[in-house]
Design a protein around this ligand. Structure first.
Ligand code: URA
Length: 182
């Protein structure tokens, strides 16, 4: 029997997952950290390019933030968890040193922590995004603001006062205000 030589990544695809590192301006003063790539992100190798990303882009635009130039976007996990399940505490711990290096390299003044996983990874807080959202937290010399994750916002389309989308718009406008003061 003859076998065709194959590169390792074709023989063992599970050992060579797609890496999704980041997108946007690596010199941006504002960074946004999400949870982990989903199916669309995994396919394209870029964070926040699926439905959540589309909503995020709309909200950024409406808040007056120039996504391409003023923002760098990444996730806590650099690979898609199987079936898009929530990252485990162990996966967050394993990812944290890479994420911290990424923050140090980009060196943003302001960081948006989008969702509970980002909040847990950076501030070590396991719950309470509703209480902490919109409030700047100084941590290791940088300002971090927790905000809702866009996949949560997709569940509530209303923009009435006090709804998650309305509160997120307030948070993004605050981030823009602070960014333009730098
Ligand atoms: N959700 C995330 O947290 N990150 C992505 O890149 C896409 C969806």
């Amino acid at each position: 029997m003859t076998t065709t030589a194959q590169p390792n990544e074709l023989k063992h695809p599970q050992l060579f997952p797609q890496l999704v590192v980041g997108r946007g301006n690596p010199k941006a003063r504002l960074m946004l950290i999400g949870e982990a790539p989903g199916a669309e992100e995994d396919a394209r190798g870029l964070p926040f390019v699926g439905r959540s990303g589309q909503l995020l882009s709309e909200l950024m635009f409406e808040a007056g933030l120039d996504e391409q130039n003023e923002l760098y976007i990444c996730n806590v996990l650099k690979c898609r968890p199987p079936n898009n399940r929530k990252p485990t505490a162990k996966e967050i711990d394993i990812s944290r040193p890479w994420l911290k290096q990424q923050i140090d390299l980009i060196d943003p003044a302001l960081v948006l922590l989008s969702g509970a996983t980002a909040l847990q990874a950076i501030l070590g807080v396991r719950s309470g995004i509703s209480k902490l959202r919109g409030q700047w937290q100084n941590h290791e010399g940088r300002e971090f603001m927790p905000m809702f994750h866009p996949s949560y916002l997709l569940r509530f389309r209303s923009r009435e006062a006090g709804t998650p989308q309305d509160l997120t718009m307030q948070d993004l406008r605050e981030a823009r205000r602070r960014l333009h003061l730098l």
